[in-house]
Design a protein around this ligand. Structure first.
Ligand code: FWO
Ligand code: ZN
Length: 394
């Protein structure tokens, strides 16, 4: 059985700010104590000591855009991607996911998204969801975005709603303003973020609708979380100016060689560029688009193939930013820990602090590879061995 008390000893701790070599006491699902040295009282109670000597200890990762019920379908029914399994997530060091639907808002639905989010929670990680899919009007549970956010605990906002994409519902600016208004009031009345996660396509209108809403209404720019912002060079260049204006920019870490050669900017170098431009990194996040489809269309809009996103790409891009792009570790880690936690108002997440959830990842110092993953105080992976699997995983 899992000990209720654990002590992680002698790790170099990034909270994500670097706080030095510390011992961390875990009580149940919370971080109970952080100090230079905790003497382990012998045979006092069952205490599991985890030796983090020569290792980094960082907050569990937050993946804020994951198709947990599966997505895709753009190449016909056989291309509907498979539902995610627990270790697809935990092997990526991810302990909190935000689940989304996608292009297919017909055969995928909110009831299934809620059920899958609850299933993953039963299996040991923390989940939230966005109400809706690509389509406008947004298909909700209660019939209203505002009511969904206020009344359904796991719903923290709406999305991913498609903008500037040949697969969108071709919504108007007014449509988006009303969606943002409902999400904002829902968030205000429930203490949640109430954000609008916008799927940015390759269309020419890019961020125009968001900027016009921000200029013409009382809705703040931080109500929107546009994702896929490095999917082509033009949009990536726009995302730099957008971030400079205080906008939130989310970059998708799942990719394939076709997208790379077609002008997508790799997330690790996108982060380096923003960092070198002196942009405040607080409004920058990475998300994986895990289990989502990565469909390719030719210039006439004809489907020519698809890949499937992977949650494990999330930390790999952060690791590349640190190792290959020399982005400081305490900066790069923020885009998958404290930044999404702050932006999404996940108050007990994203930091190694007393009273916060015991979501922790231990990294090898030399390789920066994931060694151990703890979610809500439960050791899911230890010394690269999977200890906890999904219900139907062998
Ligand atoms: C992106 C999710 C896309 C699904 O443009 O939006 O399709 O419903 O599963 N994926 N449509 C992938 C690019 C960012 C590479 C989705 C997908
Ligand atoms: Zn998308």
């Amino acid at each position: 059985s899992d000990n209720l008390i654990k002590i992680i000893k002698n790790g170099l701790v990034y909270s994500p700010d670097y706080i030095g070599k510390k011992d961390i006491l875990i009580e149940g699902d919370k971080i109970g104590y952080i100090c230079d040295n905790i003497n382990v009282p012998d045979n006092f109670v069952e205490i599991e000591v985890i030796d983090a000597e020569g290792k980094y200890v960082v907050p569990g990762f937050i993946d804020s855009h994951v198709h947990i019920t599966g997505g895709g379908g753009e190449g016909g029914f056989k291309t509907r991607t498979p539902e995610i399994q627990l270790t697809d997530i935990t092997t990526g060091g991810v302990t909190t996911v935000i689940g989304v639907l996608g292009t297919d808002g017909t055969t995928r639905n909110m009831a299934n998204l809620v059920a899958k989010a609850r299933a993953l929670e039963e299996e040991g990680i923390t989940t939230y969801i966005y109400t809706g899919s690509y389509q406008v009007p947004v298909r909700t549970i209660t019939g209203s975005i505002q009511d969904d956010i206020i009344l359904v605990d796991k719903i923290i906002g709406t999305g991913e709603i498609a903008m500037s994409d040949h697969r969108s519902s071709q919504p108007t600016i007014e449509d988006f303003a009303k969606i943002a208004a409902e999400a904002r009031v829902g968030g205000i009345l429930s203490g949640k973020a109430g954000v609008v996660n916008i799927h940015m396509g390759d269309g020419d209108r890019e961020l125009d609708y968001i900027e016009e809403i921000v200029n013409k209404t009382e809705i703040p720019i931080t109500q929107f979380i546009p994702t896929h912002m490095s999917r082509n060079m033009s949009l990536f260049k726009k995302s730099i100016e957008y971030a400079r204006k205080g906008g939130i920019v989310d970059f998708t870490t799942s990719t394939n060689d076709k997208f790379a050669e077609e002008g997508e900017t790799k997330c690790s170098s996108a982060l380096k560029t923003l960092f070198d431009e002196g942009i405040s990194i607080d409004k920058v996040t990475f998300s994986s688009d895990g289990q989502g489809s990565l469909p390719k269309f030719d210039e006439k809009g004809k489907f020519i193939g698809l890949g499937v996103g992977k949650v494990t790409s999330l930390y790999q891009e952060v690791r590349d930013a640190i190792v290959n792009e020399q982005v400081p570790m305490e900066v790069a880690l923020r885009v998958i820990t404290s930044n999404p936690a702050n932006i999404l108002k996940l108050n007990s997440k994203g930091n190694i602090k007393v009273g916060y959830d015991a979501d922790i990842v231990i990294l090898d110092c030399d390789t920066l590879n994931i060694d151990t993953v703890i979610s809500l105080g439960q050791v899911m992976i230890k010394n690269k061995q999977i200890l906890v699997k999904g219900t139907f995983e062998k």
